[in-house]
Design a protein around this ligand. Structure first.
Ligand SMILES: Cc1cc2nc3c(=O)[nH]c(=O)nc-3n(C[C@H](O)[C@H](O)[C@H](O)COP(=O)(O)OP(=O)(O)OC[C@H]3O[C@@H](n4cnc5c(N)ncnc54)[C@H](O)[C@@H]3O)c2cc1C
Length: 491
């Protein structure tokens, strides 16, 4: 029974475990990027992660597709750490992506391959003639990625602490000074000159008292939780033959499965080292907005989602040719949170920026803009200003994860794995530079930051373009206009 009672927690002395330059909390794509970049730029860095592995949703959430690295014209936009990771995984057979000559192609054979895998949302976008073209996107093996992330963080010189849950920011006035974390060793503190919140959910900036937003329209994927599981030993040829030869029977079965509460849609796994495997990215939309910060809801949705996975698996095995000998090889150890709190930063990236073509003077990343149909065709990339990572009301703090400063609409499209890695790389570099020059993160010299990121292989426009110059923005469009954005052929 819920109550309104409260109790006083006794004051306690907490051991200071380390005093460093940069403390990163959360080891997902954002946090890994931040820790590696900070350490490589010379800062004494600690990375704290609550689970026993790095990668966040990209590994523990079994969300192993890294899309939107390039645009419909075949032009690559995302480089830097993301490309480095793909190159490292490539050497270990842990990734798969269309070869460079196929980026932007309309070649039927290549297009059909991604359609057939039901991966159109990640790999295909229509051109003006309605012709699907292939994007540069990659799939990765989450187990190899966990190991590679460990290697990269440790090689960078950052210190890693797993199984440690950051519970509270330590502040003095409006400046973050450290973090309290809990683990099997009890409560400890780590102090730093810059604290980077990469928890995805903003656990640290909320406890620091920073201003944030958590409004999100229930239509957005970011308002939903999700649960992923993988099924292997599937005879995909037999499944395809059945689907093609008995389409009505197939539809009937899928409808029956949906009525029972199962989930009919899956992606065919296209990792070469894992044949005969399918991936269920099962969204759990609710009538009301789900709240990933409400532990009772998390529990209810996790138990329902697991039941749904088993209903689906048992039904497919019993009724669908090709699934007779299948089994669940893996379910995600962590429920899929897609969005939540967002910091209010010095700049809030919004729908207006999609059409502005502004090259901000503090641009730290250029991302492919593939999800807005005609708008994307006209404006295939979007610059991200450093100010989206800098809290408006707090010093000593940066935010490098899906909680970056953005409207809920922009967050839905630009909070995925390569984006968060880019925010991490920018924030980690900026934090180290702030420490070096003895200034607050908001005072970092943008030019020095951009030069440094360029040296790390990040795609930043040439210095000549880095000035505040805005093409007039069309601001009169309703939100519904943007809701009609391109939804991809198969999602
Ligand atoms: C079902 C689903 C499908 C998706 N599909 C794709 C896709 O195909 N491609 C894609 O690019 N993106 C996809 N996304 C989105 C993408 O996974 C996330 O937006 C991305 O992982 C965000 O990275 P992040 O570092 O901000 O957060 P996260 O990946 O959530 O990482 C946060 C990390 O911080 C840790 N942490 C949290 N709180 C604390 C704390 N208090 N103390 C210590 N550690 C903490 C977590 O354990 C985690 O490791 C999908 C998401 C879902 C749910």
């Amino acid at each position: 029974m819920t109550t309104t009672r409260t109790i006083e927690e006794a004051a306690r002395k907490v051991k200071v475990w380390r005093v460093v330059d940069v403390v990163v909390v959360g080891g997902g794509p954002g946090g890994v990027g931040a820790a590696i970049a900070a350490a490589r730029t010379g800062a004494r860095t600690v990375l704290i992660e609550r689970y026993g592995h790095l990668g966040g949703m990209a590994t523990g959430g079994l969300v192993n597709i890294i899309p939107n690295l390039g645009d419909i014209n075949g032009r690559q936009h995302v480089f830097g750490l993301t490309q480095e990771i793909i190159d490292r995984l490539d050497k270990r057979g842990g990734t798969s992506y269309p070869r460079k000559s196929d980026w932007g192609t309309a070649d039927k054979k290549v297009v059909d391959f991604y359609h057939d895998a039901n991966l159109g949302w990640f790999y295909l976008r229509n051109d003006r003639n309605g012709q699907p073209r292939v994007l540069y996107s990659a799939v990765v093996d989450p187990e190899i990625l966990k190991d590679e992330f460990n290697d990269m963080v440790l090689e960078s010189g950052a210190e890693l602490l797993l199984h440690s849950w950051g519970t509270r920011a330590i502040t003095e006035g409006n400046t973050a000074k450290g973090v309290i974390f809990e683990s099997k060793s009890g409560a400890q503190a780590v102090l730093g000159k810059v604290i980077i919140d990469s928890t995805g959910d903003g656990d640290i900036f909320v406890s620091a008292g920073a201003e944030f937003d958590n409004e999100c329209d229930n239509k957005r994927r970011t308002a939903w939780l999700a649960f992923v599981w993988w099924v292997t030993n599937v005879n995909l040829k037999k499944y395809d033959d059945f689907k093609a030869s008995q389409p009505e029977k197939f539809q009937e079965l899928m409808q029956e499965l949906a009525k029972m509460g199962g989930y009919p849609g899956f992606f065919k796994g296209i990792l070469k080292n894992m044949p005969n495997t399918v991936w269920y990215h099962c969204m759990q939309p609710q009538p009301e907005r789900t709240d990933a910060m409400d532990v009772e809801q998390l529990t209810r949705i996790e138990t329902k989602a697991r039941k749904r996975a088993l209903v689906t698996y048992e039904f497919m095995k019993k009724n669908v040719p090709g699934f007779e000998d299948s089994f669940i090889m893996l379910s995600a150890p962590q429920l899929g949170t897609q969005g939540g709190r967002r910091i209010i930063g010095e700049y809030v990236l919004s729908e207006n920026d999609l059409e502005s073509d502004e090259v901000f003077e503090d641009t730290v990343a250029v991302l492919a803009n593939n999800d807005y149909g005609e708008i994307s065709l006209k404006h295939p990339s979007l610059c991200i200003p450093y100010r989206c990572l800098v809290p408006k009301t707090m010093d000593g703090l940066l935010v490098a994860c899906r909680a970056f400063s953005s409207s809920d609409m922009i967050n839905e499209t630009f909070n995925i794995i390569p984006h968060c890695l880019a925010y991490g790389q920018a924030a980690g570099t900026a934090a180290a530079l702030a420490v070096k020059s003895g200034v607050q993160p908001r005072k970092v010299d943008y030019k020095v930051l951009a030069d440094n990121l360029r040296r790390q292989g990040v795609n930043i426009p040439p210095a000549a373009e880095m000035k505040k110059e805005t093409v007039p923005v069309i601001r009169s469009r309703s939100k519904d206009f943007y809701y009609q954005k391109y939804k991809g052929p198969d999602r």
